[in-house]
Structure formats: structure tokens, C-alpha cells
Design a protein around this ligand. Structure first.
Ligand code: GUN
Length: 285
């Protein structure tokens, strides 16, 4: 018997239905939630992500605008566009797709966004709200991971959670969200000497490294819950995660849970971005 699957597509559909209902209720009061997505340059992967975000808005009844700029765009012009979107009452969320070209400082861009419209949850203010346990806009990917863990019904309180990776966008906020849910949290990273020792005692594992084969069958405890945030490619060019899916699924046994790649965290990230945009529209003064 292998571990049960955490299906990000099914969970996404359920949450998107709720998001669409909230969007419709706001629209009925003359405030249809609106997202602005800015893409600078022509990175093909970023173009796909941005297109998917705009498409998801349309499917859930959110208004969206997409602004695409040449890779030579100056930081000053980008900051002017952000200022205009900050003042635009039809826009409740602003997202500048990362990475941005070298002449643009990503931190300055993120901090230029009105914090009430920071639907990526990347600003110092949003990070501070998460750190302090205050309400606010949470980064979409780790928030989606929390929804996936919660969907299994396994308890988080008092359990040992191991987060592998310490990025500002996933690892660090993930650790804080788990801590807020009363888990005992260990954060492992590239300088952790014995990853296996930590993962072996984990009830919950979130792998967010960006390297294949980071979590293998010999590392996991039977009955654990494993969330795979990785988006890598195998020799054949197929999308794969940080976890050796088939062998780890077997090792987790029937009481375990595992999320696949694709069809796991990926769909949840866009869903939680939509949820953040609706939340931002709901909280407009
Ligand atoms: N690039 C890759 N993921 C993301 C994301 O979640 N938000 C933004 N703004 N850029 C990204």
C-alpha cells in the first residue's frame, strides 16, 4: 500500500469555486476584484506563468490587466507604472513577475507596491505581519502548501515539520506558517550536514530546494506527509519535483500523504494568488 495523494488540482478547484463566489459578491457591490500583472523582458517561463495567472483571473470572475515591457525598461518608468496602479481603484492586487532584468532592483520594486495591494506577500510589511502573527497577505506558494497539509486532516500542532530550503518566497514563510500552526519546525538548507537525520524524524516534510532527488525513500518516516514544491526537469525534459515520487510514496505507506509534481503545489500557487486578490479587494477601506 502506498501513500495517499494530495491532489492540488482537485483542491484548487474547490478553493477557486469559493474565490469565484467571493469575487461575484464583491462585483455585486460594484467592486470586482482586479489584478495587475507586470512582465518585464521576454523570459519564456515567466511569460507562461503570467499568461496562466491572467487566464485564471478570467476563469474565476476577476478583472485583470497585463502589462508587458521590453527588457530594457528603466526602473524609474516601472516605479511610475506601479504608482499609477497603486492609485487605480479598479486594481486591488499588483504583481511584478520575478526575476526582473539587472538594471531593476527587485526590492525597490516590491516596496513601491502599496502594501494593501501586495498580493505576492513579498514586501517587508507583509513579511513582518506573517512574522508577528498579524492578519495580512501571505505568499501564495507556502500558503497553498498549508492548505494542502490541512486538506489531509493530519494534525499539525505538536508535530515535527521539516522545511528544506530557506528562500524568502517559500522556505522562510513556510516555516513561519507551520510555526503559527503550532508545529515544531526545523529548517534545513544547503549547509545542513545531515539532512537525512532531520527528515527521518519529520511528520511533515516540505521540500523547496529546486534539486531533484533531494528527498529519497530511505529518508522518510512511514505515515509522514510530504509536500513537493520543486519544479525541475528530468533527463527526458519532463517536469519533476525535489522528491523521488514513486519510491517515497511507497516508503510512506498507507497512512502517509504525498503531493505530486505536476498537479500538486503548482495549481495551488495561482489559486492562492486569486484568493489574495479577493482578500485585498474585501479589505479596501
Ligand atoms: N516568479 C516565480 N514565482 C513568482 C511569484 O510567485 N511571484 C512573482 N511576482 N514572481 C515569481
Amino acid at each position: 500500500m502506498t501513500a495517499q495523494l494530495i491532489d492540488g488540482k482537485v483542491l484548487s478547484q474547490r478553493i477557486r469555486a469559493e474565490v469565484a463566489a467571493r469575487a461575484e459578491a464583491l462585483a455585486g457591490r460594484g467592486r470586482r476584484p482586479g489584478l495587475a500583472v507586470i512582465l518585464v523582458g521576454d523570459d519564456p517561463a515567466s511569460a507562461v506563468y503570467v499568461r496562466n495567472k491572467v487566464k485564471a483571473c478570467a476563469e474565476s470572475g476577476l478583472h485583470s490587466v497585463m502589462e508587458k515591457y521590453d527588457a530594457t525598461l528603466s526602473e524609474a518608468v516601472l516605479l511610475e507604472r506601479i504608482a499609477a496602479l497603486n492609485a487605480d481603484a479598479t486594481i486591488h492586487g499588483i504583481l511584478v513577475q520575478m526575476p526582473v532584468p539587472r538594471q531593476i532592483d527587485p526590492h525597490r520594486v516590491i516596496e513601491a507596491i502599496d502594501p494593501r495591494k501586495d498580493v505576492d506577500g513579498f514586501s517587508v510589511r507583509s513579511a513582518g505581519e506573517l512574522f508577528s502573527g498579524l492578519p495580512g497577505l501571505r505568499p501564495a506558494t507556502p500558503w497553498g502548501c498549508m492548505k494542502m497539509i490541512e486538506s489531509t486532516g493530519v494534525p499539525i500542532r505538536g508535530r515535527h515539520a521539516v522545511v528544506i530550503g530557506r528562500s524568502n518566497t517559500v522556505g522562510k514563510p513556510m516555516a513561519l506558517l507551520l510555526l503559527q500552526a503550532h508545529a515544531t519546525v526545523t529548517v534545513c538548507h544547503s549547509a545542513t550536514p545531515d539532512l537525512k537525520r532531520h527528515v527521518q524524524s519529520a511528520d511533515i516534510v516540505v521540500a523547496a530546494v529546486g534539486r531533484r532527488h533531494t528527498v529519497t525513500a530511505g529518508m522518510v518516516k512511514p505515515g509522514a506527509t510530504v509536500i513537493d514544491v520543486g519544479t525541475n526537469h528530468d533527463e527526458a525534459g519532463r517536469l519533476c519535483g525535489d522528491v523521488d515520487f514513486e519510491t517515497v510514496r511507497e516508503a510512506l505507506g498507507p497512512r502517509g500523504w504525498i503531493s505530486p509534481v505536476p498537479g500538486g503545489v503548482g495549481p495551488m500557487t495561482i489559486t492562492m494568488l486569486l484568493a489574495n486578490t479577493v482578500q485585498a479587494a474585501e479589505t479596501v477601506a
